[in-house]
Design a protein. Structure first.
Length: 276
């Protein structure tokens, strides 16, 4: 192995290990949720509360790593906290509005307390996933591929593939929902490319993080219709059908192409300068 290849391998290995490490820590949610339920909390409230607490911890760890690895300039953490090309968020906001309108009845039939817990939970999901995959994994991959002429494309695609593949872990909760989980993986890859492109264009991790959380809020309302853990699992396992998959697949293809377009419009030298 050449001396030039060694740092590339180091960054690539670090990116993969960070992703695996954070995914492993998510298992802390299960015993905490069980503890809440054993102390009288209803299943959904316990799920959302445990998820929020664990992900706030992971956000803190991810933020610490961003500074530890000197990636804060890439993430946009500076005294001014500048945000660029906000027009790039138009597609995401339209997507979110569509989802909220479609699920408005579910929101109004949910108690304010539970709706707030759900909102906090999904926003924390968006924060931690973006901090890890776009704030840590993506820049480390860019460092790994920095000598390649398509460094940004490769980095966004590989980080999105990794982001998508980890969704197969949902099979542990929904073993009878292979088709649904597989569709989630493909959709996660597409939305990962979009958020990767959005990160590069806006140059601030908080933009994709907030939008990611709002997308989860707009399209995760199925969880609010269940009241017990078996019902939650059953609801998630049967929420996917081919009638919705086909048009949604076309939409996510559009999202993926939008992400690639944003990568194309990004000045690679500007991004690389922030990492050196």
């Amino acid at each position: 192995m050449s001396s030039r290849d060694q740092p590339m391998k180091k960054y690539l290995t670090s990116a993969v290990l960070i992703a695996i490490g954070f995914i492993a820590l998510l298992w802390l949610e299960k015993p905490l949720r069980t503890w809440f339920i054993s102390h009288g909390m209803e299943a959904l409230a316990a799920k959302f509360s445990a998820g929020t607490m664990v992900r706030l911890l992971l956000c803190s760890l991810a933020l610490g790593l961003i500074y530890r690895l000197k990636l804060q300039r890439f993430a946009g953490f500076s005294p001014k906290m500048n945000v660029y090309n906000l027009q790039s968020t138009t597609i995401a906001f339209a997507f979110i509005v569509m989802g909220i309108i479609g699920n408005f009845g579910t929101y109004t039939n949910t108690t304010p307390r539970l709706l707030l817990l759900f909102f906090l939970s999904v926003m924390c999901v968006g924060l931690v996933e973006e901090f890890v995959f776009r704030g840590l994994v993506l820049p480390l991959l860019i460092k790994s591929f920095q000598t390649h002429k398509n460094a940004l494309y490769l980095s966004v695609l590989y980080s999105s593939l990794l982001f998508g593949v980890v969704h197969f872990l949902n099979l542990f909760q929904q073993p009878d929902n292979l088709i649904g989980i597989t569709s989630q993986v493909f959709f996660a890859v597409s939305i990962g490319v979009f958020f990767g492109g959005l990160m590069l264009r806006t140059q601030n991790i908080l933009v994709p993080a907030i939008l990611h959380g709002l997308v989860n809020f707009a399209f995760g309302a199925a969880e609010l219709k269940a009241t017990t853990l078996p019902e939650i699992t059953a609801k998630l396992a049967h929420e996917t059908n081919w009638n919705s998959i086909v048009p949604t697949a076309f939409f996510f293809l559009f999202i993926l192409l939008g992400g690639l377009f944003m990568v194309k419009k990004t000045d690679s030298n500007l991004i690389l300068n922030k990492l050196n």
